[in-house]
Design a protein around this ligand. Structure first.
Ligand code: C5P
Length: 237
């Protein structure tokens, strides 16, 4: 698959055209940002590791019937994916309370939630991705209520599937963020990535953080944590 012109650069990835109008190449970078890009840095080989972790997770989800943009891994840092128009929503699932929710509602980080919590944020850098509700999303014109139902239905399935997978490797899936897009047929499919950049992953025994919070909070051993997740995932393949 020939990589053609550069199309777009995000915080952690670049997108390139291919000879097929409905397929693009995603290139995973080592750049890391946090707090709406106020904190910037680089994590050695993050792009390579997140490409591999996302490949494992998207292939697993696809096998279990989740529609995703993933087609195949092309190289260390590249994947071929279906071209989608991204729905500008960050869909967040919380199994345990942490991060922004712990702070906003003054709840102790690590508290198990009695219910699975869903949140949506409007992807808009100038507004710093504000938390919105279903009506806001529909009023903004980014989705219909039916599309939101579909997004949440797929999101709950993804949570069940990856929570179980991480449980098998002794990891608690605290929370995660996913994004959806519409492909050329108008189908809503999982897009973007699932990696330690987009999930909170804690060791079940020690509660050690094995995700991007190590970068956000200057906890050190960031690369080791990402490697640890990849190595454990390889043991359940
Ligand atoms: O910061 P907050 O607690 O709202 O994050 C919830 C989850 O969503 C975390 O797993 C975090 O890594 C992920 N997230 C993300 N990209 C964002 C915001 C949050 O991947 N822009």
């Amino acid at each position: 698959m020939e990589k053609k012109e550069f199309l777009y650069e995000g915080k952690a990835k670049q997108i390139y055209a291919t000879e097929h109008t409905d397929k693009v190449v995603v290139h995973y970078k080592d750049d890391a940002t946090a707090f709406n890009a106020q904190k910037k840095g680089s994590i050695t080989d993050k792009g390579v590791i997140n490409n591999e972790i996302t490949t494992i997770l998207f292939e697993y989800l696809q096998k279990k019937g989740i529609p995703t943009h993933f087609i195949k891994k092309l190289s260390d840092r590249e994947q071929l994916v279906q071209k989608v128009s991204i729905i500008p929503l960050e869909v967040i699932i919380r199994n345990y309370i942490a991060g922004s929710m712990a702070k906003r509602l003054a709840i102790k980080e690590g508290t198990k939630s009695p219910v699975v919590i869903t949140e949506i944020c409007y992807k808009k850098d100038e507004l710093e991705d504000p938390l919105i509700n279903n009506d806001h999303a529909v009023a903004l014109g980014v989705v219909t209520y039916n599309e939101l139902d579909e997004i949440f239905r797929i999101t709950y399935k993804i949570n069940d599937l990856i929570k179980d997978l991480f449980d098998k490797i002794n990891i608690i899936l605290v929370d995660f963020k996913i994004e959806f897009g519409k492909n050329s047929k108008g189908e809503i499919i999982l897009a973007d990535e699932i990696s330690p950049d987009t999930c909170r992953l804690w060791d079940k025994d020690t509660l050690e953080k094995l995700d991007k919070d190590r970068f956000r909070r200057d906890l050190g051993k960031v690369e080791d944590a990402y490697h640890e997740i990849l190595n454990r995932l390889k043991t359940v393949l």
